[in-house]
Design a binder for this molecule. Structure first.
Ligand SMILES: Nc1ncnc2c1ncn2[C@@H]1O[C@H](COP(=O)(O)OP(=O)(O)OP(=O)(O)O)[C@@H](O)[C@H]1O
Ligand SMILES: [Mg+2]
Length: 418
């Protein structure tokens, strides 16, 4: 059995905000599996919250065995960094790509991690408050993130130390959290390797999607950096409403697929995700919203719509999981993609009107006609609202997106039905 000490898993209660011990995780390296059990105290107290309603339902007895991620349960993997944070941990602690996922889980630290879970080696929860730089330090912070990415010496040693201590958020791009009072924002600067001004594009696309009636995480865009302006966008963290933690889960977890690194890409599917949303009690409007996001991604050519770029968040006020606000919606800057990362209808990732409508029942539509109407209303809105976001893009990105919009609308129009 494992030489790795079991980890206690803590949860910030959605109702009172108190931390409690929700269960225990252990790893068996010889079999590359992990086991999670809800704590008897948690079950006896009758708490209603499953930390993952699909893979770890509180109603089942457990223990739950996990084989994905070398034996780390999906909900715990969601609380781990992806390539950016992993790289920082590798530099700081000498880890490699072969280091087990649970080692990253522990090293990433609890304060900044996504969602409402934390881990520790002692039974009693002890979770530090998130202490991050203020939004006023965004210029300095962006320069420091770039220096970190390029392996340059610290520009500001104290800031570097702080950023190295909070490497737990997901995604590939350099990022950090800042606070503005009770609001927490995820900051992402432009990179030297970007072929377009990605932060500017991401912010403009968010405004566009929101104007079309979809729910996006709020974003802000600014030029930071003084002498040599640096493009930076930030996204309001929906897992830290009013400074408290909200339970979250990625679509990868809900779809029971490993991302990145999994072979079961057949599970990366919008209609499947829509069915799972319904299964976990999200209202029908969330399935419709997901359908609209799928169509929007198809039109704007966001083919980075992988299963970690969709999520659900637990809304305590409603006592249920809801589709999280859209985030990381960025059109491919280099070419107009023919395929999305997730299938539009079961087994088919191709961007086409026919494909978008093929599995309409999964999205809760009562008839094909209803899906057609929602699709056409959305397309009209996407076209209409482009005018209002053009100034946000600037000339270069406007040229890119005008062309993209034309192609996208054409592909999704009735003329291209067959
Ligand atoms: N506004 C937000 N609120 C809460 N969590 C967020 C928000 N935006 C992103 N996240 C979380 O942070 C992770 C990384 O963010 P994001 O996807 O924007 O980064 P990225 O580096 O551009 O990702 P990718 O590797 O997909 O390109 C997401 O997968 C999600 O878990
Ligand atoms: Mg992402």
């Amino acid at each position: 059995m494992s030489t790795f000490k079991p980890l206690y898993v803590y949860l910030q209660r959605p109702d009172t905000g108190q931390w409690l011990t929700v269960g225990k995780y252990s790893h068996d390296p010889s079999a590359a599996i992990g086991r999670f059990s809800y704590a008897p105290s948690y079950i006896d107290a009758g708490h209603p919250w499953s930390i993952d309603p699909i893979n770890l339902p509180i109603s089942a007895p457990g223990p739950f065995v996990s084989e994905r991620y070398g034996g780390l349960h999906d909900a715990l993997r969601d609380a781990c960094p992806d390539s950016w944070g992993r790289m920082l941990i590798q530099r700081e602690h000498g880890f490699t790509d072969l280091s087990p996922h649970h080692a990253y889980l522990l090293r990433a630290g609890n304060a900044d991690r996504w969602g409402a879970l934390a881990v520790g080696t002692v039974r009693k929860p002890s979770v530090p408050e998130l202490s991050v730089p203020p939004v006023s330090s965004l210029d300095e912070l962006s320069l420091e993130l770039l220096a970190m990415q390029e392996r340059r010496a610290p520009v500001n040693k104290a800031l570097r130390k702080r950023l190295m201590a909070t490497p737990s958020m997901g995604g590939a791009r350099p990022k950090a959290t800042v606070h503005d009072g009770q609001d927490y924002w995820l900051v992402k600067p432009v990179l030297p390797s970007d072929t377009e001004d990605i932060p500017r594009l991401e912010h403009a696309i968010r405004e566009w999607g929101q104007a079309c009636g979809m729910r996006f995480a709020q974003t802000a865009y600014q030029q930071a950096g003084g002498d040599s302006p640096l493009s930076v966008m930030r996204s309001l963290r929906f897992d830290r409403p009013n400074g408290r933690r909200a339970m979250t889960l990625s679509a990868a977890s809900l779809l029971q697929t490993q991302y990145p690194g999994g072979a079961d890409t057949a599970l990366w599917s919008y209609p499947l995700l829509a069915r799972v949303l319904t299964l976990i009690g999200a209202p029908r409007e969330d399935a419709t919203e997901l359908f609209c996001r799928m169509v929007f991604n198809a039109v704007v050519g966001n083919d980075d719509d992988h299963p970690r770029n969709h999520a659900v968040v637990y809304q305590h006020g409603e006592r249920r999981w809801r589709l999280a606000p859209a985030f990381d919606v960025v059109p491919n800057p280099d070419f107009t993609p023919d395929y999305l990362a997730m299938a539009l209808s079961q087994g088919d990732r191709k961007i086409s009107r026919q494909n978008a409508l093929a599995d309409s029942a999964a999205f809760g539509f009562e008839s094909q006609d209803e899906a057609v109407e929602v699709l056409d209303v959305l397309l009209a809105r996407v076209e209409h609202h482009y005018e209002s976001i053009r100034p946000l893009l600037g000339d270069r990105l406007d040229a890119l997106m005008s062309d993209r919009l034309k192609k996208g609308l054409m592909r999704m129009s009735r003329q291209c039905e067959n």
